[in-house]
Design a protein around this ligand. Structure first.
Ligand code: ADP
Ligand code: TRP
Length: 320
């Protein structure tokens, strides 16, 4: 069972990334043959500062390893170390209808946010399809906002297979439904472009003060509160087990608990998870040689697999 996912190095990783994609992908690495990569070619569609892209790529590598990526189990690499994906992306683009790409929400959202409509931004899903198909992936764990891209990948793969023969495995998206959309400080989807994130490895004081700023309603302290309508609770339950979740829900419903108390509980749950990971992160950040070695070895393994699929696709279309 091949499991594959990627993440763009386009900003500091936050709880939306962690619960939406990283944790599900890391859990799946126990169950199968996981390929995880840093999508730096994709990030180029929105990041135009070379130093930022370089640093962001290294940061994501360190963050992923700190969060439990096990290089003995998973193949971990930079997208740009497997240039074969571009050749495959071209072959795939010949069977990709423009209308399919025009319907992609992510493209429309980026234009709405003010990004210039470059060809790369438009063709983003085709490169993503190449990422997925070149490794014959079965499962693609992603947050809900990426589901459509995996569906586009399926459409492209089916079309190619019908036209040229069975070259690609048809992948399935895996969406962790209980965390499909992690809310940010303001209750909207947590996203770096909304400035409402809680970073995984940000400054601790800053993290605490951001948690204290989570927007709540104005139910008075003594009144009962609805945990299911509260952003603090939505985040808290991602960190803890059932017993702790139910205990806090009871406090909400009983009344007499202020949101400040819930925020404190959330900060403590955050720390219980991230304090040990932060330690690991510090050690990794001090050993760049190790991190680089992991990525190099990952790239070698990934490239060998990519080559095989590319050769089959080339032969299928009549190029080799
Ligand atoms: P951002 O919205 O901050 O730019 P990305 O688009 O880079 O985040 O997302 C990287 C991965 O993390 C994707 O798989 C995406 O689905 C997931 N993800 C990002 N934000 C959230 C969120 N708020 N809830 C669930 N998953 C998320
Ligand atoms: N588009 C994904 C995101 O923004 C990143 C990505 C690129 C990806 N290629 C992929 C995810 C292949 C899964 C599989 O989050």
């Amino acid at each position: 069972m091949r499991i594959l996912s990627g993440i763009q190095p386009s900003g500091k990783l936050h709880l939306g990334n962690y619960f939406g994609m990283m944790r599900p992908a890391l859990r799946l690495q126990e169950k199968g043959d996981a390929f995880l990569f840093i999508a730096n070619y994709h990030a180029l569609t929105t990041v135009d500062d070379p130093a930022q892209l370089r640093q962001g790529t290294l940061d994501v590598a360190i963050d992923f390893l700190a969060c439990g990526l096990d290089p003995a189990r998973a193949v971990f690499f930079r997208q740009s170390d497997v240039p074969e994906v571009h050749e495959l992306a071209w072959l795939l683009s010949t069977v990709t209808p423009v209308g399919l790409l025009e319907r992609c929400h992510s493209y429309k959202d980026k234009l709405a946010k003010g990004f210039a409509p470059s060809h790369a931004l438009f063709a983003y899903p085709v490169l993503m399809a190449a990422d997925i198909l070149i490794y014959q992936s079965n499962l693609v764990p992603v947050g809900r906002d990426q589901k459509q891209h995996v569906e586009v990948t399926r459409d492209i793969a089916i079309k190619f297979n019908n036209q040229f023969g069975p070259v690609f495995t048809i992948p399935e998206p895996v969406i962790a439904e209980e965390v499909a959309v992690v809310p940010g400080l303001d209750g909207q989807k947590m996203s770096k472009s909304y400035g409402n994130t809680i970073e995984l490895f940000g400054d601790l004081k800053e993290t605490r003060s951001r948690i204290m700023k989570i927007v709540t309603d104005s139910t008075p302290l003594e009144a009962p509160k609805n945990p299911d309508a509260c952003t603090i609770f939505a985040l808290y339950k991602l960190f803890v087990g059932e017993a702790e979740r139910d205990a806090l829900a009871q406090l909400y419903r009983a009344g007499g608990m202020g949101y400040g108390h819930a925020k404190k509980a959330l900060f403590e749950a955050f720390e219980a998870t991230f304090a040990p990971l932060r330690k690991r992160r510090d050690a990794l950040a001090a050993d760049r040689g190790y991190v680089e070695g992991v990525l190099r070895l990952g790239a070698e393994k990934a490239r060998a697999e990519a080559r095989q699929t590319l050769d089959r696709a080339r032969a299928a279309v009549g190029i080799a």
